[in-house]
Design a protein around this ligand. Structure first.
Ligand SMILES: Nc1ncnc2c1ncn2[C@@H]1O[C@H](COP(=O)(O)OP(=O)(O)O)[C@@H](O)[C@H]1O
Ligand SMILES: [Mg+2]
Length: 261
């Protein structure tokens, strides 16, 4: 079981979009995937029209949770919306407050991937996430503030190691909102390469309106526009994450549809 956080301190960088579409691509390839929404915005549940009564909030306080089946092989633990904010306050008063997520999910078995969709903050929930996961993906929308957010997040990985001794792998920095028409995207991507070298994913997620449309229609990109750039980019990214074979990933494509390369 591989536990991955999609995390960075900057909002609007494509974290949730990445969690959903990476998750669904892996699920289509036959892997069992659990998305854990750790953000009070609860956008993952919204994107699938699911708002269960018991989410991460309840899991971290009472140990009770409803795991929602989103698609074949794809599951969700909802954040609980604003209740997660109260949970954070409750946690702050508990011993081992930084290890709660690891404790409550320790009995989770039979899942190939756990993907945590994180809030854009350095808060107790994210510290819990970083103490739980094996690796992180840091999405950087191609702008200066997003680069700074990524730096802060990467530093946090070192802090966790120093404080708790838990080593979190920087799986990679993912370029999102990549605009092939502008020099800014290219320049920032090259700067990331200079600074982080092989820790930058080769796949760049291009700006693609169909990714936005898909969410409005409560679909993933593979259901809404399987031939789009968005579907191709997230497929290539999933391949980098999991070493997916393309043929394998097409086995359970929605309604027999495939997407192009
Ligand atoms: N590559 C993309 N191209 C166009 N729109 C995108 C892309 N990735 C995400 N979006 C849209 O941008 C908004 C913010 O993305 P989201 O994934 O919610 O970011 P975050 O979770 O980091 O706040 C959403 O409306 C989403 O549909
Ligand atoms: Mg989000």
């Amino acid at each position: 079981m591989k536990k991955i956080a999609i995390i960075t301190c900057k909002g609007g960088t494509g974290k949730t979009t990445t969690a959903i579409n990476l998750g669904h691509c892996l699920a289509l390839s036959g892997k069992k995937v659990l998305i854990v929404d750790c953000d009070s915005q609860a956008n993952v549940g919204m994107a699938f029209q699911k708002q269960p009564q018991k989410g991460l909030s309840e899991l971290m306080t009472t140990g009770d949770v409803e795991i929602v089946n989103l698609r074949p092989n794809l599951y969700l633990i909802d954040s609980g919306g604003m209740r997660i904010v109260e949970t954070e306050l409750y946690l702050a008063r508990q011993p081992e407050r930084e290890l709660r997520l690891r404790q409550v999910l320790s009995k989770l078995h039979g899942t190939d991937y756990v993907i945590c969709d994180c809030p854009p903050a350095i808060n107790l929930i994210n510290v819990n996430v970083l103490n739980y996961v094996d690796g992180v993906v840091v999405p950087v929308s191609m702008d200066f503030f997003a680069c700074e957010g990524a730096k802060k997040t990467i530093k946090l990985l070192d802090d966790i190691y120093t404080k708790i001794g838990h080593k979190v792998e920087l799986m990679g920095i993912l370029a999102t909102f990549y605009d092939v028409r502008t020099r800014v995207s290219k320049t920032i991507y090259n700067q990331l390469l200079t600074e982080y070298a092989d820790k930058v994913f080769t796949t760049r997620i291009r700006i693609n309106t169909q990714l936005k449309e898909a969410q409005m229609l409560y679909k993933t990109i593979f259901e809404h526009a399987p031939y789009s750039n968005g579907a191709l980019d997230y497929f290539l990214f999933a391949k980098e994450i999991a070493g997916l074979d393309r043929a394998e990933s097409l086995v359970e494509a929605p309604q027999g549809e495939a997407w192009t390369t």
